[in-house]
Design a protein. Sequence first.
Length: 116
Amino acid sequence: MKFKLDENLPAELLDDLRAAGHEADSVPGEQLAGAPDAVLLDRVTNEARVLLTMDKGIGDVRASPPHLHAGIVLLRPPSSGRGTALAFVRRHLLLILERCQPGRLPVVTERGVRIR
C-alpha cells in the first residue's frame, strides 16, 4: 500500500510504514507543508496514496468525499503533542493498515475505529 503522512504526524512513522513493507512519503518531504487541502488531496489522489492525518478539515466527508480518494485515515489521539501522536499511531498501526480501503474514511480513536 502507498501512504502519505500529513505534516501533523511525526516523520518517524515513515520508517514504521516502510518496515511493514509499504511505500511511504510525507507532505513536508515533498515541500507541500502549508498547502491548501485541495492541493494535498489532488496529490494523494493522483499518486493513489492513502493520507494519514490528524486534520479534521480533510476528514470532513462533505468537503472531501472519501469515494474520490485512494483513502484518508483520520487519527484522533487522546491529546496533542508529537510524542503522543507517535505512540498513538504505533499502537494502532496494524488496525490502521487493516482498515484502509478506497472510498472509506476510517476514524481511529482510543475507543476503536469507525468508518465514515
